[in-house]
Design a protein around this ligand. Structure first.
Ligand code: ADP
Ligand code: ADP
Length: 225
């Protein structure tokens, strides 16, 4: 599970075409970055995989199954955004548990899974804090933990490190990469930062004007400026 097969998707907003007949195969377990300048359609592509937007044309398959008729929570996919969007009135553990509670997961299983998901990002010791008591980096780890708690096959990350300062950003790049290889989950990572894409990705899809212009591994892209 975890391959994403995007076949000729198009998304228009009025007269503007945000994504233009885009085709892309994302392999199970790879770290793939969508790289390109602001406005080239990266976020729109990610939102269509997640199910927050519906393409005007084309098809999206996740783990071999067409998902266009499915709402986000049924897609084996989870998303981490730049703005962490944690609930301020809930503790860290409650934030991570929230999605499972919505799905009426048994209480004992929620406890186990939340502990496991907090361990993945080394945040279990902060389970009873509130998000406002945490640093930006810690909050982003909790957002990551919340996205991993229901064991998605695919994790979508939309400039997740964009709000962090440079040192923390480099630290989190390493952590994300480690986590990805450990869990074997497919990561789709949106960034406009070439250095970030080069240092983290198995493959990079370079986007421009709503299409993928080139897709290759970092070495190939780096040696061909
Ligand atoms: P990126 O993530 O690469 O910066 P986006 O996918 O956010 O690009 O946007 C692609 C294009 O679609 C841009 O021109 C943007 O203005 C337009 N767009 C995105 N979302 C909307 C929307 N909800 N309504 C109208 N235009 C939009
Ligand atoms: P049901 O047959 O009970 O409608 P579904 O397959 O539709 O079950 O949904 C499974 C579970 O997901 C239900 O417990 C439902 O409450 C929960 N659920 C519904 N909407 C959402 C959502 N947006 N996010 C998370 N869980 C949801």
């Amino acid at each position: 599970a975890g391959g994403v097969d995007i076949a000729g998707i198009t998304k228009r907003y009025g007269d503007a075409t945000a994504v233009d007949d885009l085709t892309l195969q994302i392999r199970q377990g790879e770290f793939l970055s969508l790289l390109g300048p602001s406005g080239c359609g990266k976020t729109t592509t990610l939102r269509m995989i997640a199910g927050f937007e519906h393409p005007d044309e084309g098809d999206i398959r996740i783990s071999g199954r067409s998902v266009l008729g499915e709402p986000p929570y049924k897609r084996e996919v989870n998303t981490v955004f730049q703005a962490y969007a944690l609930f301020p009135h809930m503790t860290v553990a409650e934030n991570v548990a929230y999605g499972l509670q919505q799905r009426r997961t048994p209480k004992a299983e929620i406890r186990t899974r939340v502990a496991e998901a907090l361990d993945l990002v080394q945040m279990r010791h902060l389970a009873d804090r509130r998000p406002t008591q945490l640093s930006g980096g810690q909050q982003q780890r909790i957002a990551l933990s919340r996205a991993l708690v229901n064991r998605p096959a695919v994790l979508l990350l939309d400039e997740p490190l964009g709000a962090l300062d440079r040192q923390l950003r480099e630290e989190m790049q390493l952590e994300l990469k480690l986590l990805q290889s450990r869990l074997g989950i497919t990561f789709v990572f949106v960034t406009h930062d070439q250095g970030e894409a080069l240092s983290m990705s198995d493959r990079i899809a370079i986007m421009r004007h709503g299409v993928v212009e080139q897709i290759a591994d970092p070495d190939t892209i780096y040696s061909r400026p």
